[in-house]
Design a protein around this ligand. Structure first.
Ligand code: NAD
Length: 359
Protein backbone atom coordinates (compact mmCIF):
# COMPACT_ATOMS: atom_id res chain seq x y z
CA UNK A 1 0.00 0.00 0.00
CA UNK A 2 1.16 3.50 -0.83
CA UNK A 3 2.61 5.49 2.09
CA UNK A 4 2.26 9.27 2.02
CA UNK A 5 4.56 11.82 3.63
CA UNK A 6 2.59 14.85 4.82
CA UNK A 7 3.44 17.88 6.97
CA UNK A 8 1.41 18.19 10.17
CA UNK A 9 1.21 21.49 12.04
CA UNK A 10 -0.74 20.98 15.27
CA UNK A 11 -0.75 24.77 15.86
CA UNK A 12 -1.70 26.10 19.29
CA UNK A 13 -4.74 26.54 21.57
CA UNK A 14 -7.11 23.64 20.81
CA UNK A 15 -4.99 22.70 17.74
CA UNK A 16 -2.91 19.92 19.32
CA UNK A 17 -6.03 18.16 20.72
CA UNK A 18 -8.05 18.18 17.51
CA UNK A 19 -5.11 17.27 15.25
CA UNK A 20 -4.20 14.32 17.49
CA UNK A 21 -7.76 12.95 17.31
CA UNK A 22 -7.79 13.57 13.54
CA UNK A 23 -4.52 11.69 13.05
CA UNK A 24 -6.00 8.66 14.82
CA UNK A 25 -9.17 8.89 12.70
CA UNK A 26 -7.13 8.95 9.47
CA UNK A 27 -5.16 5.94 10.66
CA UNK A 28 -8.47 4.09 11.16
CA UNK A 29 -9.34 4.59 7.47
CA UNK A 30 -6.37 2.34 6.68
CA UNK A 31 -4.41 5.04 4.84
CA UNK A 32 -0.72 5.07 5.76
CA UNK A 33 0.77 8.48 6.37
CA UNK A 34 4.22 9.34 7.65
CA UNK A 35 3.64 12.67 9.39
CA UNK A 36 6.38 15.27 9.41
CA UNK A 37 5.32 17.18 12.51
CA UNK A 38 6.32 20.87 12.53
CA UNK A 39 5.71 23.78 14.83
CA UNK A 40 4.11 27.16 14.13
CA UNK A 41 2.52 29.77 16.39
CA UNK A 42 2.97 29.84 20.18
CA UNK A 43 4.91 26.54 20.58
CA UNK A 44 7.33 27.69 17.85
CA UNK A 45 7.92 30.98 19.66
CA UNK A 46 8.57 29.10 22.90
CA UNK A 47 11.02 26.67 21.24
CA UNK A 48 12.66 28.72 18.49
CA UNK A 49 11.68 32.31 19.22
CA UNK A 50 10.11 32.38 15.76
CA UNK A 51 6.36 31.83 15.08
CA UNK A 52 7.08 30.36 11.63
CA UNK A 53 10.44 28.52 11.61
CA UNK A 54 12.27 27.84 8.34
CA UNK A 55 12.03 24.06 8.99
CA UNK A 56 8.25 24.27 8.88
CA UNK A 57 8.32 26.14 5.57
CA UNK A 58 10.86 23.66 4.14
CA UNK A 59 8.75 20.69 5.19
CA UNK A 60 5.67 22.06 3.38
CA UNK A 61 7.81 22.84 0.34
CA UNK A 62 9.07 19.26 0.31
CA UNK A 63 5.79 17.44 0.93
CA UNK A 64 3.43 19.84 -0.93
CA UNK A 65 0.53 18.77 1.32
CA UNK A 66 -0.05 19.96 4.89
CA UNK A 67 -2.70 19.30 7.54
CA UNK A 68 -2.80 22.22 9.91
CA UNK A 69 -4.47 23.04 13.21
CA UNK A 70 -5.48 26.59 14.14
CA UNK A 71 -2.86 29.18 15.10
CA UNK A 72 -3.41 32.19 17.37
CA UNK A 73 -2.86 35.69 15.96
CA UNK A 74 -2.15 38.32 18.62
CA UNK A 75 -4.54 41.27 18.23
CA UNK A 76 -3.08 44.70 17.39
CA UNK A 77 0.51 43.94 18.41
CA UNK A 78 3.08 41.18 17.93
CA UNK A 79 3.57 39.15 14.75
CA UNK A 80 1.22 39.13 11.78
CA UNK A 81 -1.08 36.16 11.17
CA UNK A 82 0.88 32.95 10.50
CA UNK A 83 -2.17 31.66 8.63
CA UNK A 84 -2.04 34.61 6.25
CA UNK A 85 1.78 34.29 5.99
CA UNK A 86 1.51 30.61 4.93
CA UNK A 87 -1.04 31.53 2.26
CA UNK A 88 1.27 34.26 0.96
CA UNK A 89 4.48 32.17 1.03
CA UNK A 90 2.95 29.26 -0.91
CA UNK A 91 0.72 31.40 -3.12
CA UNK A 92 -2.38 29.56 -1.89
CA UNK A 93 -4.73 31.77 -3.82
CA UNK A 94 -7.92 29.73 -3.42
CA UNK A 95 -9.61 28.97 -0.14
CA UNK A 96 -12.42 26.43 -0.45
CA UNK A 97 -14.92 25.99 2.38
CA UNK A 98 -17.74 23.47 1.97
CA UNK A 99 -20.77 23.93 4.26
CA UNK A 100 -23.02 20.95 4.67
CA UNK A 101 -25.67 20.19 7.27
CA UNK A 102 -25.21 16.91 9.13
CA UNK A 103 -28.33 15.40 10.68
CA UNK A 104 -27.92 15.85 14.44
CA UNK A 105 -26.25 19.29 14.29
CA UNK A 106 -28.07 22.24 15.86
CA UNK A 107 -29.26 24.18 12.82
CA UNK A 108 -32.05 26.48 11.62
CA UNK A 109 -32.56 24.41 8.47
CA UNK A 110 -32.67 20.69 7.68
CA UNK A 111 -30.62 20.84 4.52
CA UNK A 112 -27.81 22.92 3.11
CA UNK A 113 -24.89 22.14 0.86
CA UNK A 114 -22.94 25.11 -0.47
CA UNK A 115 -19.31 26.00 -1.03
CA UNK A 116 -17.49 29.30 -0.55
CA UNK A 117 -14.50 29.88 -2.82
CA UNK A 118 -12.58 32.76 -1.25
CA UNK A 119 -9.75 34.70 -2.88
CA UNK A 120 -6.86 34.32 -0.47
CA UNK A 121 -4.08 36.74 -1.48
CA UNK A 122 -5.45 40.22 -2.14
CA UNK A 123 -7.98 42.70 -0.80
CA UNK A 124 -7.69 44.15 2.71
CA UNK A 125 -5.86 40.95 3.71
CA UNK A 126 -2.81 41.82 1.60
CA UNK A 127 -1.29 43.21 4.80
CA UNK A 128 -0.48 46.65 3.38
CA UNK A 129 -1.22 48.88 6.34
CA UNK A 130 -0.05 52.24 7.62
CA UNK A 131 -0.23 53.04 11.32
CA UNK A 132 -1.89 56.20 12.61
CA UNK A 133 0.64 58.94 13.39
CA UNK A 134 3.58 57.48 11.38
CA UNK A 135 5.56 59.56 8.89
CA UNK A 136 4.65 57.30 5.96
CA UNK A 137 0.97 57.54 6.88
CA UNK A 138 1.05 61.35 6.72
CA UNK A 139 2.79 61.08 3.36
CA UNK A 140 0.02 58.87 2.01
CA UNK A 141 -2.67 61.16 3.39
CA UNK A 142 -0.98 64.11 1.66
CA UNK A 143 -0.56 62.21 -1.61
CA UNK A 144 -4.22 61.20 -1.61
CA UNK A 145 -5.25 64.81 -0.92
CA UNK A 146 -3.04 65.91 -3.83
CA UNK A 147 -4.23 63.23 -6.28
CA UNK A 148 -7.90 63.03 -5.44
CA UNK A 149 -8.69 66.29 -3.71
CA UNK A 150 -10.13 64.33 -0.78
CA UNK A 151 -9.09 64.93 2.79
CA UNK A 152 -8.40 62.06 5.14
CA UNK A 153 -8.26 62.97 8.84
CA UNK A 154 -4.62 63.02 10.04
CA UNK A 155 -5.46 60.76 12.98
CA UNK A 156 -6.36 57.91 10.60
CA UNK A 157 -4.75 54.53 10.11
CA UNK A 158 -4.84 53.24 6.54
CA UNK A 159 -5.31 49.74 5.12
CA UNK A 160 -4.93 49.22 1.37
CA UNK A 161 -7.40 47.11 -0.65
CA UNK A 162 -5.72 45.88 -3.86
CA UNK A 163 -7.83 43.73 -6.21
CA UNK A 164 -6.22 42.82 -9.54
CA UNK A 165 -7.50 41.51 -12.88
CA UNK A 166 -5.03 38.60 -12.74
CA UNK A 167 -5.96 37.65 -9.13
CA UNK A 168 -9.68 37.91 -9.87
CA UNK A 169 -9.38 35.86 -13.06
CA UNK A 170 -7.53 33.13 -11.20
CA UNK A 171 -10.07 32.78 -8.40
CA UNK A 172 -13.17 33.03 -10.59
CA UNK A 173 -11.78 30.47 -13.03
CA UNK A 174 -10.94 28.23 -10.06
CA UNK A 175 -14.56 28.55 -8.82
CA UNK A 176 -16.00 27.57 -12.22
CA UNK A 177 -13.57 24.65 -12.63
CA UNK A 178 -14.45 23.52 -9.10
CA UNK A 179 -18.17 23.74 -9.95
CA UNK A 180 -17.69 21.69 -13.11
CA UNK A 181 -15.56 19.03 -11.44
CA UNK A 182 -17.92 18.69 -8.49
CA UNK A 183 -21.11 18.74 -10.58
CA UNK A 184 -22.35 21.99 -9.10
CA UNK A 185 -24.84 24.05 -11.08
CA UNK A 186 -24.40 27.69 -10.18
CA UNK A 187 -21.68 30.21 -9.28
CA UNK A 188 -22.60 33.46 -7.49
CA UNK A 189 -20.04 36.29 -7.41
CA UNK A 190 -20.20 38.40 -4.24
CA UNK A 191 -19.11 42.06 -4.24
CA UNK A 192 -19.87 45.64 -3.26
CA UNK A 193 -19.32 47.01 -6.76
CA UNK A 194 -21.90 49.76 -6.32
CA UNK A 195 -19.62 51.47 -3.75
CA UNK A 196 -16.07 50.26 -4.56
CA UNK A 197 -16.12 50.57 -8.33
CA UNK A 198 -12.40 50.16 -8.99
CA UNK A 199 -11.83 47.10 -6.80
CA UNK A 200 -15.10 45.20 -6.35
CA UNK A 201 -16.30 46.59 -9.69
CA UNK A 202 -13.21 45.17 -11.35
CA UNK A 203 -13.80 41.80 -9.64
CA UNK A 204 -17.39 41.72 -10.95
CA UNK A 205 -16.36 42.67 -14.51
CA UNK A 206 -13.78 39.89 -14.54
CA UNK A 207 -16.30 37.41 -13.09
CA UNK A 208 -18.79 38.22 -15.87
CA UNK A 209 -16.13 37.73 -18.56
CA UNK A 210 -14.92 34.40 -17.17
CA UNK A 211 -18.54 33.19 -16.69
CA UNK A 212 -19.12 33.56 -20.43
CA UNK A 213 -16.65 30.68 -20.97
CA UNK A 214 -18.77 28.33 -18.84
CA UNK A 215 -22.22 28.23 -20.47
CA UNK A 216 -22.97 24.92 -18.71
CA UNK A 217 -22.91 26.65 -15.30
CA UNK A 218 -25.39 29.32 -14.24
CA UNK A 219 -23.86 32.62 -13.13
CA UNK A 220 -25.27 35.46 -11.06
CA UNK A 221 -23.94 38.13 -8.70
CA UNK A 222 -25.03 39.53 -5.34
CA UNK A 223 -24.07 42.62 -3.36
CA UNK A 224 -22.47 41.38 -0.16
CA UNK A 225 -24.98 42.88 2.32
CA UNK A 226 -27.90 41.43 0.38
CA UNK A 227 -25.98 38.14 0.15
CA UNK A 228 -25.69 38.02 3.95
CA UNK A 229 -29.45 38.41 4.34
CA UNK A 230 -30.24 35.88 1.60
CA UNK A 231 -27.92 33.35 3.19
CA UNK A 232 -29.87 33.62 6.43
CA UNK A 233 -33.30 33.51 4.76
CA UNK A 234 -32.88 31.12 1.82
CA UNK A 235 -29.41 29.57 1.76
CA UNK A 236 -30.65 26.55 -0.23
CA UNK A 237 -30.80 28.79 -3.32
CA UNK A 238 -27.00 28.99 -3.44
CA UNK A 239 -24.42 26.53 -4.65
CA UNK A 240 -20.88 27.96 -5.14
CA UNK A 241 -20.10 31.51 -3.95
CA UNK A 242 -16.95 33.17 -5.26
CA UNK A 243 -15.82 36.05 -3.05
CA UNK A 244 -13.00 38.54 -2.63
CA UNK A 245 -10.96 37.83 0.49
CA UNK A 246 -12.75 39.80 3.23
CA UNK A 247 -16.35 38.98 2.20
CA UNK A 248 -15.34 35.32 1.89
CA UNK A 249 -14.01 35.41 5.42
CA UNK A 250 -17.12 36.98 6.92
CA UNK A 251 -19.65 34.93 4.94
CA UNK A 252 -17.75 31.76 5.90
CA UNK A 253 -18.54 32.37 9.55
CA UNK A 254 -22.16 33.15 8.66
CA UNK A 255 -22.40 29.82 6.80
CA UNK A 256 -20.65 28.06 9.69
CA UNK A 257 -23.49 29.35 11.87
CA UNK A 258 -25.98 27.83 9.43
CA UNK A 259 -24.45 24.35 9.59
CA UNK A 260 -24.17 24.23 13.38
CA UNK A 261 -21.05 26.23 14.20
CA UNK A 262 -17.38 26.66 13.48
CA UNK A 263 -16.68 23.19 14.82
CA UNK A 264 -18.28 21.75 11.66
CA UNK A 265 -16.63 23.92 9.00
CA UNK A 266 -13.47 22.71 7.24
CA UNK A 267 -11.30 24.61 4.79
CA UNK A 268 -8.67 23.97 2.14
CA UNK A 269 -6.13 26.45 0.77
CA UNK A 270 -4.95 25.61 -2.73
CA UNK A 271 -2.07 26.96 -4.78
CA UNK A 272 -0.72 25.57 -8.03
CA UNK A 273 1.69 23.18 -6.22
CA UNK A 274 0.89 23.18 -2.50
CA UNK A 275 -2.30 22.62 -0.51
CA UNK A 276 -2.93 23.25 3.20
CA UNK A 277 -6.01 21.82 4.93
CA UNK A 278 -7.35 23.32 8.16
CA UNK A 279 -10.55 24.05 10.09
CA UNK A 280 -12.25 27.42 9.50
CA UNK A 281 -12.23 28.15 13.22
CA UNK A 282 -9.39 29.59 15.27
CA UNK A 283 -7.46 28.34 18.29
CA UNK A 284 -10.33 28.96 20.80
CA UNK A 285 -7.80 29.55 23.62
CA UNK A 286 -10.42 29.46 26.39
CA UNK A 287 -11.07 25.78 25.62
CA UNK A 288 -7.42 24.74 25.13
CA UNK A 289 -6.42 21.57 26.98
CA UNK A 290 -9.97 20.96 28.27
CA UNK A 291 -10.95 18.10 25.95
CA UNK A 292 -14.30 19.74 25.16
CA UNK A 293 -14.17 21.10 21.59
CA UNK A 294 -15.60 19.56 18.46
CA UNK A 295 -12.94 17.84 16.31
CA UNK A 296 -15.28 17.63 13.25
CA UNK A 297 -13.94 20.64 11.31
CA UNK A 298 -10.39 19.30 11.59
CA UNK A 299 -11.56 15.79 10.64
CA UNK A 300 -13.53 17.14 7.66
CA UNK A 301 -10.42 19.11 6.61
CA UNK A 302 -8.55 15.79 6.70
CA UNK A 303 -11.26 14.26 4.48
CA UNK A 304 -10.71 17.09 1.97
CA UNK A 305 -7.00 16.29 2.13
CA UNK A 306 -7.62 12.58 1.49
CA UNK A 307 -9.70 13.46 -1.58
CA UNK A 308 -6.92 15.78 -2.78
CA UNK A 309 -4.32 13.00 -2.62
CA UNK A 310 -6.71 10.69 -4.47
CA UNK A 311 -7.90 8.60 -1.50
CA UNK A 312 -11.60 9.19 -2.17
CA UNK A 313 -12.78 5.94 -0.59
CA UNK A 314 -10.98 6.69 2.68
CA UNK A 315 -12.42 10.22 2.67
CA UNK A 316 -15.94 8.83 2.23
CA UNK A 317 -15.38 6.28 4.99
CA UNK A 318 -14.22 9.01 7.37
CA UNK A 319 -17.08 11.40 6.51
CA UNK A 320 -19.67 8.70 6.81
CA UNK A 321 -18.35 7.53 10.23
CA UNK A 322 -18.45 11.14 11.41
CA UNK A 323 -22.00 11.60 10.03
CA UNK A 324 -23.15 8.45 11.88
CA UNK A 325 -21.69 9.63 15.19
CA UNK A 326 -23.32 13.06 14.79
CA UNK A 327 -26.66 11.50 13.87
CA UNK A 328 -26.59 9.13 16.84
CA UNK A 329 -25.73 12.05 19.13
CA UNK A 330 -24.38 9.96 22.02
CA UNK A 331 -20.73 10.94 21.72
CA UNK A 332 -20.95 14.49 20.42
CA UNK A 333 -19.38 17.60 21.96
CA UNK A 334 -21.12 20.49 23.76
CA UNK A 335 -21.87 22.44 20.58
CA UNK A 336 -24.35 19.73 19.45
CA UNK A 337 -26.29 20.02 22.74
CA UNK A 338 -28.83 22.55 24.00
CA UNK A 339 -27.15 25.66 25.49
CA UNK A 340 -25.50 24.88 28.83
CA UNK A 341 -25.63 21.08 28.44
CA UNK A 342 -22.22 19.39 28.61
CA UNK A 343 -21.20 17.13 25.73
CA UNK A 344 -18.78 14.27 25.19
CA UNK A 345 -15.05 15.01 25.16
CA UNK A 346 -13.01 15.66 22.00
CA UNK A 347 -11.21 12.32 22.49
CA UNK A 348 -14.44 10.41 23.18
CA UNK A 349 -16.04 11.77 20.00
CA UNK A 350 -12.90 10.74 18.09
CA UNK A 351 -13.02 7.25 19.63
CA UNK A 352 -16.66 6.84 18.56
CA UNK A 353 -15.73 7.79 14.97
CA UNK A 354 -12.83 5.33 14.98
CA UNK A 355 -15.07 2.57 16.37
CA UNK A 356 -17.48 3.09 13.45
CA UNK A 357 -14.62 2.50 11.04
CA UNK A 358 -12.81 -0.42 12.62
CA UNK A 359 -15.65 -1.98 14.65
P1 NAD B 1 -12.24 30.87 17.34
O1 NAD B 1 -12.72 30.29 16.07
O2 NAD B 1 -10.97 30.36 17.88
O3 NAD B 1 -13.34 30.64 18.48
C1 NAD B 1 -14.54 31.37 18.60
C2 NAD B 1 -15.55 30.53 19.34
O4 NAD B 1 -16.07 29.53 18.45
C3 NAD B 1 -14.97 29.72 20.50
O5 NAD B 1 -14.92 30.47 21.68
C4 NAD B 1 -15.96 28.59 20.59
O6 NAD B 1 -17.13 29.00 21.25
C5 NAD B 1 -16.28 28.33 19.13
N1 NAD B 1 -15.45 27.27 18.55
C6 NAD B 1 -14.35 27.44 17.74
N2 NAD B 1 -13.86 26.25 17.41
C7 NAD B 1 -14.65 25.31 17.99
C8 NAD B 1 -14.65 23.89 18.01
N3 NAD B 1 -13.75 23.16 17.34
N4 NAD B 1 -15.60 23.26 18.74
C9 NAD B 1 -16.52 23.95 19.42
N5 NAD B 1 -16.58 25.28 19.45
C10 NAD B 1 -15.65 25.97 18.72
O7 NAD B 1 -12.20 32.45 17.13
P2 NAD B 1 -11.47 33.57 17.98
O8 NAD B 1 -11.69 33.34 19.43
O9 NAD B 1 -11.91 34.83 17.34
O10 NAD B 1 -9.95 33.36 17.62
C11 NAD B 1 -8.98 32.76 18.48
C12 NAD B 1 -7.61 32.86 17.83
O11 NAD B 1 -7.58 32.04 16.64
C13 NAD B 1 -7.26 34.27 17.37
O12 NAD B 1 -5.92 34.51 17.69
C14 NAD B 1 -7.48 34.23 15.86
O13 NAD B 1 -6.68 35.17 15.20
C15 NAD B 1 -7.07 32.82 15.56
N6 NAD B 1 -7.65 32.29 14.29
C16 NAD B 1 -6.90 31.41 13.61
C17 NAD B 1 -7.40 30.82 12.45
C18 NAD B 1 -6.55 29.81 11.73
O14 NAD B 1 -5.65 29.24 12.32
N7 NAD B 1 -6.78 29.58 10.44
C19 NAD B 1 -8.68 31.14 12.00
C20 NAD B 1 -9.45 32.03 12.75
C21 NAD B 1 -8.93 32.60 13.90
Amino acid sequence: MKKYRITLIPGDGIGPEITEVTKRCIEATGIKIEWEQCEAGIPAIEKFNNPLPADTIESINRNKVCLKGPITTPVGTGYRSINVALRQIFNLYACVRPFKIFTGARTLYQELDLVIVRENMEDLYAGIEFEMGKKETFKIIQTIAHLSNRNISEDSGISVKPISVSGSEKIVRFAFEYARKNKRKKVTAVHKANIMKFTDGLFLDVARKIAANYPDIEFEDRIVDNMAMQLVQKPQKYDVLVCPNLYGDILSDLCAGLVGGLGLSPGANYGDNVAIFEPTHGSAPKYAGKNVVNPSAQILAAALMLRYIGETEAAEKLESALADVIKEGRYTTYDFKPEGTPGAGTVEMGNAIIKRMIG
